[in-house]
Design a protein around this ligand. Structure first.
Ligand SMILES: C[S@@+](CC[C@H](N)C(=O)[O-])C[C@H]1O[C@@H](n2cnc3c(N)ncnc32)[C@H](O)[C@@H]1O
Length: 241
């Protein structure tokens, strides 16, 4: 997968995207991330990317022109490449990112992420350029950069071949609308707190059943809404997700 990120702070991405799983995914060539400085797509000598809002009001607004130029150059001429590519505006008004949406996005060959700043982005970017708006939660960040990193991280680990073990992402919280079962590692007895015996038994069938029951119990206790969503998905009630 290719991910292009458009931002006025390209320098904030490098340490994170080059480390750990994202770094390895790029080395394995499962993922290619390019970070673009929005100022490189401006037309004036001051590399201006923002202006005052029409109608007045606080702060500045990110201008449409450099964002359109950046996306058009990355996408290629006219609408060529539009089908294979999804252009996403990170935005508090967007669809909230969850595991299901991350999984959908992981199937694309190419994502373009637009990171807003200031009071937001000229409305024409939202309505005429972006294919989708995505939020990472009901709170306001200073800019779209952290949101883009969250999205890249969540999506990348679902690309086949990125995680070391093929089951890792299947067994994690939110897959199958369940939270994850409890995990233990050595020592089996830590300060008198013992790991459940069954996990040391070597009986994989029993371990699997125990984990499933634990996952159900944890989900029932902490996120009962997930079980309802799971049922609705099964019954085809949530078709428009
Ligand atoms: C300070 S925010 C602008 C908020 C805007 N004035 C509003 O009330 O919706 C600047 C930028 O940060 C990003 N951003 C802020 N919160 C976000 C969130 N929860 N999810 C995704 N992006 C977010 C967006 O790109 C946004 O354009």
């Amino acid at each position: 997968m290719l991910i292009d990120i458009i931002t006025i702070f390209p320098e904030v991405f490098k340490p994170y995207i080059d480390a750990s799983i994202l770094g390895i995914a790029q080395k394995k060539e499962k993922l290619h991330i390019r970070v673009h400085d929005l100022r490189d797509y401006t037309l004036d000598k001051h590399k201006k990317v923002d202006d005052r809002p029409f109608g007045g009001g606080p702060g500045m607004v990110m201008m449409a022109e450099p964002v359109f130029r950046a996306v058009e150059q990355i996408r290629g001429a006219k609408d060529e490449g539009r089908k294979a590519t999804k252009t996403i505006l990170l935005c508090p008004q967007g669809k909230t990112l969850n595991q299901k949406l991350a999984s959908k996005l992981s199937k694309y060959r190419h994502l373009i992420l637009i990171c807003g700043r200031y009071e937001g982005v000229d409305e024409r970017v939202r309505t005429r350029l972006a294919d989708e708006e995505i939020s990472i939660g009901d709170y306001i960040l200073t800019g779209g950069e952290l949101a883009a990193m969250v999205l890249v991280d969540a999506v990348a680990r679902l690309i086949p071949g990125v995680l070391g073990h093929k089951d890792s992402s299947i067994l994690e919280s939110f897959s199958n609308n369940l939270l994850e079962y409890p995990q233990y590692t050595r020592p089996a007895d830590f300060r008198g707190m013992e790991a459940p015996e069954i996990l040391l038994s070597g009986d994989h069938k029993k371990i699997e059943a125990w984990r499933r029951n634990q996952a159900l119990a944890v989900t029932r206790k902490k996120r009962p809404d997930l079980l309802i969503i799971g049922k609705q998905r099964k019954n085809g009630v949530r078709k428009n997700e």
